[in-house]
Write a protein that binds this ligand. Structure first.
Ligand SMILES: Cc1cc2nc3c(=O)[nH]c(=O)nc-3n(C[C@H](O)[C@H](O)[C@H](O)COP(=O)(O)OP(=O)(O)OC[C@H]3O[C@@H](n4cnc5c(N)ncnc54)[C@H](O)[C@@H]3O)c2cc1C
Ligand code: FES
Length: 244
C-alpha cells in the first residue's frame, strides 16, 4: 500500500451515472488486475474504494457509478485537480489458473476490474471471452474497449434494450477453461451456481479503513474469516461460504 497525491488528467461521463477518470503521477507504480485504490474526499471521514480499471507505470484509470456523496464529489472533479489516494490495495486476480480460454463475467460497476485482467490475459496469448451485464442500454459501457483488446464480447441487459435479454448467466459460452467475475452479490451467487469450472470472485463489499485494520469487511470462508480489503477482494470459488 502506498499513499500518494495523484493528478486528475481526464474525467468524463461514459454512460448513465457512470464516470471514467485518469489519474497520473511519476511516482505511480504498476497495479495488479483486481486490486483497488482508496480515495480521500473533502469532508468525508472514510475513503471510497474503487477498482483499478487500467494501469501502467505513472497512470491509473478508474470507472465508477455515482451513488452518494463521495462518488458525486468525484464526478465534479476537473483536470488539473489532485486526489489523495491509497494505491496497491487487495490481492488481485491470480492469472496463473486461467487456462487457455478464460471467461470474464462482469455486472454493472463490476465490469471495471475485468479490463486490466483481460488486457494481461490477452498479452499472455489467451483466448478471452467476456460477458458484460447491465440493467438497460443507457448503462452499457466497455463493449468497444474489450473488443479492441481482442476479446469475444457479449452484452446482456435485464430489459433487453441492448444485446441478449437477461443476465450474464443467460449468455454463458459452452466451453471455457476457468472464469473470473465481479458484480453485485445476487449476480455472483447466480454465477457460482451456473458455472462448471473453478473461478475467482471479486467482492465489492462495504468497507471501513480499506487496509486491514478495522475488521469491518470481515467475512466467513471455508478456511476461516478473511478481510475482503486485505485477503480479498478476490476469493476462489472453492473457499466461498454464502451466508444465505
Ligand atoms: C474493493 C471495492 C472495489 C470497488 N470498485 C468499484 C468500482 O470500480 N466502481 C464503482 O462504481 N464502485 C466500486 N465500489 C463501490 C464503491 O466503493 C461505492 O459505490 C462507494 O464507496 C460509494 O460511496 P458514496 O460516498 O458515493 O456513497 P454513500 O452511500 O454516500 O457512501 C456511504 C458509505 O458507504 C460506503 N459504501 C457505500 N456503498 C459501498 C460499496 N458498495 N462498497 C463499499 N463501500 C460502500 C462508502 O465508502 C461510505 O463509507 C467498490 C467497492 C469495493 C469495496
Ligand atoms: S475495511 Fe478495515 S479491515 Fe477491511
Amino acid at each position: 500500500m502506498k499513499q500518494q497525491i495523484l493528478k486528475v488528467t481526464e474525467n468524463v461521463r461514459i454512460a448513465e451515472n457512470v464516470w471514467k477518470m485518469v489519474l497520473e503521477s511519476p511516482e505511480l507504480e504498476e497495479q495488479k488486475p483486481g486490486q483497488f485504490v482508496n480515495i480521500k474526499l473533502d469532508g468525508l471521514y472514510l475513503r471510497r474504494p474503487i477498482s483499478v480499471y487500467d494501469a501502467e507505470p505513472g497512470k491509473l484509470t478508474i470507472i465508477w457509478k455515482t451513488i452518494g456523496k463521495g462518488t458525486r464529489q468525484m464526478a465534479g472533479l476537473e483536470a488539473g485537480e489532485t486526489l489523495d489516494v491509497l494505491t496497491g490495495l487487495g490481492n488481485g486476480y491470480d492469472l496463473s489458473k486461467s487456462g487457455d480460454r478464460p471467461l470474464l463475467l462482469g455486472g454493472g460497476v463490476g465490469v471495471p476490474p475485468l479490463y486490466l485482467l483481460a488486457k494481461r490475459l490477452i498479452a499472455q496469448g489467451k483466448q478471452v471471452t467476456v460477458v458484460l451485464g447491465f440493467n438497460t442500454k443507457a448503462e452499457v459501457f466497455g463493449e468497444a474497449e474489450f473488443k479492441a483488446l481482442g476479446c469475444g464480447v457479449t452484452v446482456t441487459t435485464a430489459d433487453g434494450s441492448c444485446g441478449i435479454k437477461g443476465f450474464v448467466t443467460d449468455a454463458l459460452p459452452e466451453e471455457y477453461s476457468y472464469f473470473y467475475t465481479c458484480g453485485p452479490e445476487p449476480m455472483l451467487k447466480a454465477v457460482y451456481r451456473a458455472t462448471k469450472t473453478g473461478g475467482q470472485f471479486s467482492f465489492e463489499e462495504r468497507m471501513g479503513c480499506g487496509f486491514g485494520a478495522c475488521m469491518g469487511c470481515s467475512c466467513k470462508t471455508i478456511t476461516g474469516y478473511k478481510r475482503i480489503c486485505r485477503e480479498g477482494p478476490v476469493l476462489e470459488k472453492e473457499e466461498i461460504l454464502w451466508t444465505d
